[in-house]
Write a protein that binds this ligand. Structure first.
Ligand SMILES: [Zn+2]
Length: 318
């Protein structure tokens, strides 16, 4: 089956800059990821589609690499009957399920308290989900999981690659050794292991950096000529970049370990030292990154935690 793949670059108002979406013309017309919900993105999208001889109505299905607003928002501009395919964990986010977001608020309130975040950052809790206004109110029509092949897109295998998002999948074409990777591995910036609430209130917080490292390592076992990414250029030297990212993470963990050796402290204390110039502005991202390093060190039995006045204190294992 002859397939054609087109990359379309769309603007976003986010710090990350443009987002890439992909059109695959094969047995059917599939869109991989759906940009952000702004008029600007939709109008560039229609213009670029037109250049390849298509209209939004020609798209029969949208496959989501993950649930972040810059990858799903434009779904709201599509016809009600379009097929929406992705991992089941997209659902509460893309439908903006009120029960889930009630739980989300409670989770982050508790999370900030345990991390020892200063009371003055309380207003930040509300800002955490401000980007949801660029997301959509839609529902999956089909959920997929590891090893699945999506109808109309049979040359691409679904791989579950959580870490940056719990819902994250990649599409891998074994014949051509090409991957559509979403935000799994980006060429110019490292992907953030964003903290998310567990799917259910009774569940445990996912250890996102550990998941992310595992997902990255999976790439080392595959033959890959090219990864089309969610932001920026394609990655051609996959093995080298994966090694670099893992090395950088392990170096950062060493730095965190030396801070904890000096004195036991909270995640927020460490976050301020790791990211002194940006933590105030980007508390969500920098705290996720910090907690990731702490999870990593805890998993390696180098540090442990105890609770003091509702805060988690990290200290070195004796
Ligand atoms: Zn993302």
């Amino acid at each position: 089956m002859n397939e054609q793949l087109y990359k379309i670059v769309l603007p976003t108002p986010f710090a990350v800059g443009d987002v890439n979406v992909f059109v695959i013309k094969g047995q059917t017309v599939t869109l991989i990821d759906a940009g952000i919900k702004t008029e600007a993105a939709w109008s560039v999208f229609k213009e670029k589609l037109n250049e390849i001889g298509l209209k939004p109505d020609d798209i029969k299905q949208v496959v989501l690499t993950h649930h972040h607003p810059d990858h799903v928002g434009m779904l709201d501009f599509f016809d009600k009957d379009i097929a929406i395919v992705g991992h089941a964990k997209n659902q509460p986010w893309i439908s903006q399920n009120p029960n889930f977001f009630e739980w989300y608020d409670a989770f982050f309130e508790d999370h900030f308290m345990k991390a020892g975040v200063d009371e003055r950052f309380r207003p930040y809790l509300k800002r955490l989900k401000a980007s949801m206004k660029y997301s959509c109110h839609r529902s999956l029509t089909t959920s997929v999981q590891e090893g699945d092949y999506i109808p109309g897109l049979e040359s691409w295998k679904v791989l579950e690659v959580p870490g940056h998002a719990q819902s994250h999948i990649a599409l891998y074409n074994e014949r051509t050794a090409v991957m559509i990777g979403g935000d799994l591995l980006l060429k110019h910036i490292s992907s953030n292991p964003l903290i998310e609430p567990p799917m259910k209130p009774s569940g445990e917080r996912p250890k996102t950096l550990l998941q992310y490292n595992h997902s990255l390592r999976r790439l080392l076992d595959l033959e890959i000529n090219c990864i089309y990414t969610g932001h920026g250029d394609e990655v051609l030297h996959v093995r080298q970049l994966v090694q670099e990212r893992l090395q950088k993470q392990s170096d950062r963990a060493d730095k965190v370990l030396s801070m904890i050796k000096e004195r036991p402290q909270t995640a927020f204390d460490i976050c301020k030292q790791l990211f002194p110039t940006i933590y105030e502005k980007e508390l969500g991202l920098t705290l996720s990154e910090t907690i990731g390093q702490l999870d990593f060190l805890e998993d390696a039995n180098k540090i442990s935690t105890h609770e003091k006045e509702s805060k988690l204190i990290y200290s070195v294992c004796s």
